[in-house]
Design a protein around this ligand. Structure first.
Ligand code: G5P
Ligand code: MG
Length: 261
C-alpha cells in the first residue's frame, strides 16, 4: 500500500557497500510516491557510460575502489539538486556556467560550488520536495558542505553484519543502462542473466570484483565514523539493524511514517 508524506522528507542513506542502500531506496520510492532519489554511484556510472569528462576522470577511481574527490562529488550533487528543483536559489555561481554543467571538470575557476555556510539555501517545506540521497555524503567534509546548501532531516545508518555483504556483492548482477539491480540469491531475474524489462544481458559492476570490494570496504570503515558523528551532533541520525533487507524495510518505513507521515 502506498503512503503519503505530510512533511518534506530529506533523507540520507548511509551504510557499507552492499548493505542495501539501493534496495531500500527502491522500496521507499515504491511506498512513498512523493519521494525521488539521487544515487551518487548511479550518477557516476551514468557519467562513466556516457564518457563525459567527469565520467572519464571517475572511472579509474571507482575501478580502484577509492572515493571520487569531494570537489567533483559536490559539483555533481549540487547540479542534480538544483536541476531537480530542490534548491531555492537558482543563481548560484556554480550553475551559471553552461560549460561547467556539461563538463564539471573544466570549470576549475569555480573553487567551491557551495555558498558560504551563513547563506544556506532554503529547501521547500512541501512534502512533494522530498528526496533520498543514496551514497552521498560519505565523508564528514561532504556532509558539512551539504549542510550549507540544504538541511537534511533524517540520516539512516543501515547496519548488517559485514561478513554477509561480500557474498551479496559476488552474486550481484546489473542492467547497466537502467541501473536495475539483481542478485542470484535474493532477487534473481526471471530469466537467468537477462534483464526482466528489456531482456538485455546483465553484467557485473566493475568494482564488484572481490579485491576492489575490499578496498571499497576499507574506505567505508575509514570515513564512516566521522560521518556518523557529524550527523549525531546534528541530532538527525537514526540507526537500523538487520541481517537482511527484508528485516530492515518495515522498520525503515515505520520510522519514515513516524517522522513525516
Ligand atoms: P556506490 O554505487 O554508492 P556502494 O559501495 O556504496 O556503491 P553498493 O555496492 O551500491 O554501495 P548498496 O546500494 O548498499 O551497495 O546495496 P544494494 O545494491 O542494495 O545491494 C547489494 C546486492 O545485495 C544487490 O545485488 C541486492 O539485490 C542484494 N541484496 C540486498 N539485500 C539483500 C539481502 O537481504 N540478502 C541478500 N542475499 N542479498 C541482498 O558507489 C560506488 C563508487 O562510486 C564512488 C566511489 O568510488 C564508490 O566506491 N562514489 C563516491 N565517491 C566519493 N564520494 C561519494 N559520495 C561517492 N558516491 C559514490
Ligand atoms: Mg548502491
Amino acid at each position: 500500500m502506498q503512503m503519503r508524506l505530510s512533511r518534506a522528507a530529506r533523507i540520507i542513506l548511509v551504510g557499507a557497500p552492499g548493505v542495501g542502500k539501493g534496495t531500500q531506496t527502491k522500496r521507499l520510492l515504491e511506498k512513498f510516491p512523493q519521494l525521488t532519489a539521487i544515487s551518487s554511484g548511479d550518477l557516476l556510472r551514468e557519467n562513466v557510460r556516457e564518457q563525459t569528462p567527469l565520467g572519464i576522470k571517475a572511472k579509474s577511481v571507482m575501478r580502484s575502489g577509492k572515493l571520487v574527490p569531494d570537489t567533483l562529488m559536490l559539483r555533481l550533487i549540487h547540479h542534480e539538486l538544483s536541476t531537480r528543483g530542490f534548491l531555492s536559489r537558482t543563481h548560484s555561481p556554480f550553475i551559471l556556467s553552461s560549460t561547467s554543467l556539461s563538463d564539471p571538470l573544466s570549470a576549475t575557476s569555480f573553487v567551491d560550488p557551495y555558498p558560504p555556510p551563513n547563506t544556506p539555501e532554503t529547501p521547500s517545506p512541501s512534502p512533494s520536495s522530498s528526496f533520498i540521497l543514496d551514497g552521498f555524503p560519505r565523508t564528514a567534509r561532504q556532509a558539512s558542505r551539504l549542510d550549507s546548501t540544504v538541511d537534511m532531516n533524517l540520516v539512516v545508518n543501515i547496519t548488517t553484519p559485514l561478513p554477509a555483504l561480500l557474498a551479496r556483492i559476488q552474486s550481484r548482477w546489473v542492467h547497466a543502462p537502467s541501473g536495475r539491480v539483481y542478485n542470484t540469491t535474493f532477487n534473481a531475474p526471471r530469466v537467468e542473466g537477462l534483464d526482466d524489462v528489456t531482456g538485455e544481458k546483465l553484467t557485473r559492476r566493475d568494482d564488484d570484483e572481490t579485491g576492489v570490494y575490499l578496498e571499497r570496504l576499507k574506505r567505508f570503515t575509514e570515513t564512516n565514523e566521522p560521518l556518523l558523528e557529524h550527523y549525531r551532533r546534528k541530532d538527525v541520525l537514526w540507526t537500523v539493524e538487520g541481517e537482511t533487507s527484508d528485516e530492515i524495510t518495515p522498520k525503515l518505513v515505520e520510522e519514515v511514517v513516524r517522522r513525516f507521515g
